[in-house]
Design a protein around this ligand. Structure first.
Ligand code: UD1
Ligand code: CA
Length: 498
């Protein structure tokens, strides 16, 4: 029947807005249940804090909810490790409801009565342990609820093995009469394959009118949200199912096996999304990429690479085998060779690092600069076109453009108490195996002789030489051999015995 949302649905079909409820005159409130400990995880950490696909379970659900409604209309029910959950979600703008004692999913929603019951429109309830949900499915759920006259619409799926899930008892073909939990089900009811996915859209006014009728009259002595189906039916309303084909999408994570399964699915989705978007991923089954990473077109990811956190990679880059990038930022055409680690660091256009390099704590490699094997950069800027190709530690340093840092160069940035800076001007040349004792300044165009220990500033264009002068003793070796031969050690090359 044509309801008040006909026009909205037409616009939705045209795909004009991501946030469906902002266009509807009746708003949507989303409540995410995240207060449980999750006994089956066997963990000291609250279940929703466990990670899959590079993000905590609850972060995935919040992100999905944010695509549906404004953050101030999203409420997360917290209890176990509430502080940690709130901290994790602090930047999202969602609001929190405290559930002091975990007495069941129905009790969790009702804990928010003060904050929620005044909000009109629709009330969607999601579980914080369902990270695989797709926004499109939730949109369909809201649309279906908004289109008809049912008091609630809930997501169901037929599962090969619905063990652990609530079973859906249908009322004829169109309605749901009630949901029976695994623990409370009869043997006959356990035969039912249609499971409750734990995703509901209620008419808010009807929900709050009847929520008080939930009773803990079940073997677990819990207040089950699922009882609302029967309660609404009893009050003369209808509850309708939205049956989806892929139960995998609503998988609730209860133990570590399901966590691993969700991780696999989320990562697979991410890889597909990237490949469809023009990224080449070699042997994708070996590559790990977190949900929030972004990668530009024509970039090639080699086998066993790990791209974590909020890493941003430009176009036409190459990420070598077994490289690990975490919260890294790479411009276009950057090359990371195998076995290189980059954490919280930035490489500009055409920069190169590795193999076996380590960049950490805000290292910044400018355009066309190269970092080679066994080089570590910490809180260091390496200027445009500068090179540190082999075996170096550069910490707390600002290194100018086109500087050459020789093999084995070490900045002695730490005196046992404090860190000190090293500044090297544009075009300077630091000879191999130099020890640069910070705080230190080497002027532009200066030259440091190989093997120097430099403790004083080297002015621009000067030579800094900090090593013992070489001494030559003509004929010394020959004389020594003759001496040894005289004493009976004939034929032996000096020093060769040991
Ligand atoms: C629930 C449903 C079941 C459905 C399944 C789908 C109920 C009674 N059962 O079972 O029908 O098939 O999900 O995955 O709802 N939570 C709280 N406070 C509490 C209890 C739970 O916030 O007092 C939170 C948990 O942190 C969790 C979510 O609610 O994120 C679901 O709870 P869980 O115990 O996992 O429910 P299931 O037994 O899986
Ligand atoms: Ca669950």
């Amino acid at each position: 029947m044509p309801g008040p949302y006909t026009a909205v649905r037409a616009r939705l079909k045209a795909g004009t807005s991501p946030r469906i409820m902002e266009m509807m005159e009746t708003p949507l409130t989303v409540v995410i249940l995240a207060a449980g400990l999750g006994t089956r995880m066997k963990s000291r950490k609250a279940k929703v804090l466990h990670r899959a696909g590079g993000k905590a379970l609850v972060e995935h659900v919040v992100e999905t909810a944010r695509a549906l409604t404004a953050p101030e209309r999203i409420f997360v029910v917290v209890g176990h490790q509430a502080g940690e959950v709130e901290r994790m979600l602090a930047g999202t703008g969602v609001r929190f409801i405290q559930q002091q004692e975990q007495k069941g999913t129905g009790h969790a929603v009702v804990s928010g009565r003060d904050a929620l019951s005044g909000l009109d429109g629709y009330l969607m309830v999601l579980y914080g342990d369902s990270p695989l949900l797709r926004v499109e499915t939730l949109r369909r759920l809201v649309e279906m609820e908004a289109a008809g006259s049912a008091a609630a619409t809930l997501l169901t799926a037929r599962m090969a093995d619905p063990t652990g899930y609530g079973r859906v008892i249908r009322d004829g073909q169109r309605g749901v009469r009630r949901i029976v939990e695994q623990k409370a089900a009869t043997r006959e009811e356990l035969e039912i394959r249609e499971a409750n996915m734990g995703i509901y859209c209620f008419r808010a006014d009807l929900f709050w009118r009847h929520a008080g009728e939930i009773r803990p009259d079940n073997p677990a002595r819990e207040y089950y949200l699922t009882d609302m189906a029967e309660i609404l039916n009893r009050a003369g309303h209808t509850v309708q199912p939205l049956e989806i084909d892929d139960a995998g999408e609503a998988l609730g994570i209860n133990d570590r096996l399901e966590l691993a399964a969700a991780d696999r699915i989320l990562r697979d989705r991410k890889l597909r999304e990237l490949m469809v978007g023009g990224v080449t991923i070699e042997k994708p089954e070996t590559v790990t990429i977190d949900a929030d990473a972004t990668i530009g077109m024509d970039t090639v990811i080699e086998p066993f690479a790990q791209i974590r956190g909020k890493t941003k990679i430009g176009e036409n880059c190459r990420i070598g085998s077994c490289a690990i990038l975490e919260d890294a930022e790479l411009g276009d055409e950057v090359e990371i060779s195998p076995f290189t680690m980059v954490a919280r660091s930035r490489l500009e256009r055409r920069a190169q690092a590795g193999p076996f390099a380590r960049l950490r704590m805000e290292a910044h490699v400018c355009e066309d600069a190269h970092v080679g094997n066994f080089v570590e950069l910490k809180k260091t800027r390496l200027g445009a076109g500068a090179k540190a190709m082999h075996l170096a530690y550069l910490g707390d340093s600002d290194i100018g453009a086109a500087v050459n840092v020789g093999a084995g160069t070490i900045t002695c940035n730490y005196d046992g108490f404090q860190k000190h800076p090293t500044v090297i001007g544009d075009g300077a040349f630091v000879g191999s195996n130099s020890t640069l004792v910070a705080p230190l300044e080497i002027g532009p165009g200066a030259y440091v002789a190989a093997g120097s220990v430099i403790t004083q500033p080297v002015p621009a264009d000067a030579l800094g030489l900090g090593r013992a002068h070489q001494v030559i003793k003509e004929e010394w070796a020959k004389k020594r051999r003759a001496l040894k031969r005289g004493s009976g050690a004939a034929g032996r090359v000096p020093g060769a015995a040991r």
